[in-house]
Design a binder for this molecule. Structure first.
Ligand SMILES: [Mg+2]
Length: 432
């Protein structure tokens, strides 16, 4: 399939690195930034791609049918704010990944509390010790997805597959490993994804939100389609859409926006709203009710009963319920991160680790370091819980709020800075 979607942007990475220092004076056309007509054309191309995948029977859930539109705050007046926030999302995620890396295979409860980067043996290459600040697959896949979006000017699944399968993935998860094997057998991109609700999608989806920004329709389609490249599973697809939207929105939130408890609760409900019904859509399709015209509230009402996902207590559960209902209850009750970890778990199952990471952020929305230390030290899948929580905290607080000790020695720091410059340009021009 000729799967390129969007605006071709030759040499975009070079341009975005250049734009770190000189971007302000360029005009829109020379940056490859689309105008309104271009964005509409892109949405049509994404829709066409979605319909092709759907017609081929490759969707585990008809995800475009579900969920409410995402609300977005007004655009910040100062472009420097957007750049700082986008840098914060990418660098923050890498910081959480790098600090969590040394605990990833240490067993749980972890044998020690870590606050500083440490060297550690590479699990893929016993005997080889990676230096402090080294990152893992969470940051690798995030960077490769960001590079693809910027270079191809939009989602190009085949280009994403090529990047995901060209280099060694550090600490690769089971599902992503199976995806690589499927690709190497020559399967088309939309048949390589594994039926897994692992967190391998949620940990890498921030660039989709940063690229599409305020264009929620394109964001949702692109986030879901890039998810199924590796994880063709309704909950994994929902997790990618949730993270992309959360990051896109946090870039625009004023710094005081999440101070009131009520605002944090509203944020949770909005995150849940955009995926409402998505995790159980598969059950509806499987029972022959895919074409039924149930309203959003009817879908929500049947959600828990139809869910095929179970929490570690053995009960039907969903991201939608945990994020939209349970996290608000826990925030209102003043629960600690440890208590939430005991209830949710924080393993590689995205039903556990994504809600846990969101709680770690919302419990201390202004305190990057506190979010980082809780997410890493209480996270069973510590590098990924750290990456997800700190992507959110970085998007809200900006790179300037990340303590300098975590930026010094961070692997790929300057490459991430270059990607952030390119993504910030796209976020800025994602509507208007
Ligand atoms: Mg990792």
């Amino acid at each position: 399939m000729a799967a390129l979607v969007g605006f071709h942007l030759a040499g975009a990475v070079v341009m975005m690195v250049e734009s770190l220092g000189a971007g302000v004076g360029r005009d829109r056309a020379t940056k490859g930034i689309p105008d309104e007509g271009g964005r509409e054309q892109h949405m049509l191309e994404l829709t066409e791609l979605y319909n092709r995948v759907k017609a081929a029977g490759r969707l585990s859930v008809d995800f475009a049918r579900y969920g409410r539109p995402g609300v977005m705050p007004p655009r910040p007046g100062d472009g420097a704010v957007v750049l700082d926030r986008v840098r914060g999302a990418l660098l923050g995620g890498a910081v959480g990944d790098a600090l969590g890396r040394t605990l990833e295979f240490a067993g749980y409860p972890h044998p020690r509390w870590v606050e500083h980067y440490q060297p550690g043996e590479d699990p893929d290459d016993p005997g080889f010790c990676r230096p402090p600040g080294a990152i893992t697959d969470d940051t690798q896949l995030t960077m490769w997805l960001a590079e693809s979006l910027l270079e191809r000017g939009g989602l190009d699944p085949e280009d994403v597959v090529r990047r995901f399968t060209t280099s060694t993935i550090r600490g690769i998860g089971i599902a992503t490993s199976q995806f690589v094997a499927n690709c190497r057998q020559g399967l088309p991109w939309d048949r390589c994804g594994v039926r897994s609700a692992g967190n391998g999608v949620a940990m890498r989806s921030a660039p989709v939100g940063l690229f599409y920004g305020r264009d929620f329709g394109s964001l949702k389609l692109a986030a879901g389609l890039q998810a199924l490249i590796t994880h063709n599973d309704p909950m994994a697809i929902a997790s990618g859409i949730m993270v992309a939207y959360a990051v896109a929105r946090l870039v625009a939130e004023p710094r005081s926006a999440l101070d009131p408890l009520e605002a944090r609760i509203t944020f949770c409900r909005d995150l849940a709203g955009i995926i409402e019904g998505m995790e159980t859509g598969e059950a509806e399709m499987g029972s022959g009710r895919a074409g039924s015209r149930r309203t959003g509230s009817e879908q929500a009402g049947g959600r828990e009963a139809a869910s095929s996902y179970r929490n570690r207590q053995g009960m039907p559960d969903s991201l939608c319920r945990r994020v939209g209902t349970r996290i608000p209850e826990l925030l209102a009750a003043g629960a600690t991160a440890g208590e939430v970890q005991e209830e949710f778990g924080s393993s590689a199952y995205v039903l556990e680790s994504l809600p846990f990471a969101i709680f770690c952020f919302l419990q201390s929305p202004h305190d990057f370091r506190r979010t980082l230390l809780h997410a890493v030290n209480l996270g069973e899948d510590s590098d990924t819980t750290g990456a997800m929580a700190c992507t959110l905290s970085g998007a809200y607080n900006g790179a300037n709020a990340i303590p300098a000790e975590y930026l010094e020695g961070l692997e790929y720091r300057f490459w991430l800075e270059g990607l952030a410059a390119g993504l910030a340009e796209r976020w800025q021009h994602s509507d208007a």
